[in-house]
Design a protein around this ligand. Structure first.
Ligand SMILES: [Mg+2]
Length: 216
């Protein structure tokens, strides 16, 4: 089973939650699933291969903080096929993600990324973790909502798992595979303009007035 990988931890480690903004409580359900390139930083069709190629959108930190102030945990779900293609390794990606995290926190001290998941597989490996499959969202949900203090022994991972209660969780991405993964997971899914990033859709993400009872 080609499970996703997790930044700076084993996949099933119990999550070490960063603090929510002052005065905000997490309801244990609401998760903002975010693609990375074209959402938090400028994307490239040749991938982001090093820290020197990472250009974080200047308002990404404030936007992440605003989402968290509205009671969401953040779960990054990013396809990283250069690892499976043999271009570079997990350690290289870890450096990029460490840099992304610290730049966001420099922009806004509430802009924590609660969990970063990535699919290292090449397209021809047909992993369920690779978007537009919803596997990374499935695993992210189980890690973030694991309140047992015990590592998860076996993930629900496959087409039969759609959690019943997802609150007003949502997915944001700049490509069809992102939207496909979100819809197949059963959550609201939004395209953002890759020239603008996540702030492009902030007001729509937080407008839950049109969500039906079945989603709440
Ligand atoms: Mg993208």
């Amino acid at each position: 089973m080609l499970l996703p990988c997790r930044h700076s931890a084993k996949l099933n480690d119990v999550v070490d939650y960063p603090p929510m903004p002052v005065g905000v409580e997490w309801d244990g359900i609401k998760i903002a699933y975010l693609d990375r390139d074209g959402v938090l930083n400028i994307g490239s069709k040749n991938y982001i291969n090093s820290i020197s190629e990472l250009i974080v959108f200047p308002d990404a930190g404030d936007t992440i903080a605003e989402i968290r102030k509205n009671g969401y945990r953040i779960c990054i779900v990013t396809n990283q096929s250069p690892i499976g293609r043999g271009n570079w390794d997990h350690d290289n990606l870890a450096k990029i993600h460490d840099e992304l995290k610290s730049e966001l926190l420099l922009q806004n001290s509430d802009a924590h990324l609660d969990l970063i998941l990535y699919s290292p597989y090449a397209p021809w490996e047909n992993s369920w973790a690779r978007k537009g499959n919803p596997g990374m969202l499935q695993v992210g949900r189980q890690i973030l909502t694991n309140d047992t203090n015990e590592p998860i022994r076996q993930f629900n991972f496959g087409p039969d798992y759609i959690p019943s209660s997802k609150g007003s969780s949502f997915m944001v991405g700049d490509r069809d595979v992102d939207i496909e993964a979100g819809i197949r997971f059963g959550i609201r899914s939004f395209y953002c303009d890759p020239r603008v990033g996540i702030s492009d859709v902030l007001s729509r993400l937080l407008d839950v007035s049109d969500i039906g009872d079945e989603l709440l």
